[in-house]
Design a protein around this ligand. Sequence first.
Ligand code: AMP
Ligand code: GLY
Length: 424
Amino acid sequence: MNILILGSGGREHAFTIKLVASTKVNQVFVAPGNAGTDKIATNININPTDFEAVKKTVLENNIKMVVVGPEAPLVAGVHDFFLSDATLKNIPVIGPKKDGATLEGSKDFSKQFMQKHGVPTAKYKSFTKENLQEGFAFLETLEPPFVLKADGLAAGKGVLILNSLTEAKQELEEMVSNKKFGEASTTVVIEEFLKGIELSVFVLTDGKNYKILPSAKDYKRIGEGDTGLNTGGMGAISPVPFADTAFLDKVEQLVVKPTINGLQKDGIDYRGFIFIGLMNDNGNPSVVEYNVRMGDPETEVVLPRIESDLFDLFDGVANQNLNEKSFKVTPKTATTVMLVSGGYPEAYQKNKEITGFNNVTESTVFHAGTTIKDNKVVTSGGRVMAVTSFGNTIEEALEKSYKSINQIKFDKMNFRKDIGFDLV
Ligand code: AMP
Ligand code: GLY
């Protein structure tokens, strides 16, 4: 069978490696892909939100399954587009339809969903410029820090955590009245600040059955010691030592089951990944957010730990018999360290030649922001490569990742030297 993966990051390179390895998969196409996917699969240079171009690719290449990496095509309705097209409707799409994707596309919707189905989450209220004064009054009832979230997709930038009430009121007004995050902040969710330590749990579901994938912790800030600006993610670790069996059992009973049941009750036929951002407060889980896709760089530690055939699991999602599929995870620890362009997450330069990554033997190098220019692999984004290693302990795996990184070079390469600092 031929498969098309939509996206171009480390997450998509990780999907590609797993799917290429399946004996049941013939050819893998990636749109648009990167220099890493180009080496083992076929890149197609189209935009994943250009559905007509996706359709043409699918029909021209006899593609029989589409795996969606990022949220944008899902929120824009790529799955619905396939179902409404006579020539595409029997081709399964791994990723929810528009209704399910709203769990990520609208924070207000996802908070309402959690409240309705009893999923533990921070207390909240939503406001627009019409009830700004009520928003101010609600802020006054909360203790600092204040959490303000743009309702819509804001490229990971739509969450503000503020210590002063005056500042929180100013920012709320900026968001709803002056469109600080464009249309995304027409509505703003204000919620209680959750204490605890954060981690992510990933679920793959066919709408009825589910598999809980390995959990992971990512490192979002650019600076060591979790300081500085937020990024897409600077590294990740799986499993998460503080997510023990007792905690993960609570997550399954209190979060995963009510979420899957809630989707069914609400008539949302969800086929794909659910990424649950969680706070662990003294052993009790509370949901920070849902995403409707895998995380990046979390995928670069979660997928390598899955020993089962990924295509088989996707086939189970497509045919709603995920419960019949075997699911095996290695107990080993996987760590990944992200190499980024100097300046990221602010302005940075592109087109820097990357060398040495082919000499790495002890780690897997997942390409993220890379492309090929004049037969050379060059940088094309802020997050460039994720270097993943296995070990019996976090320390052992990290040591391998950092040793491998020593072999890789590009101008102004930057990375965090303290991934896992809080866990070891
Ligand atoms: P989100 O885009 O919802 O993932 O929010 C970005 C980050 O803000 C999360 O990963 C958390 O670190 C933090 N955050 C969001 N909501 C809360 C909350 N209610 N309490 C504490 N931290 C939060
Ligand atoms: N690493 C966080 C995300 O993928 O949203």
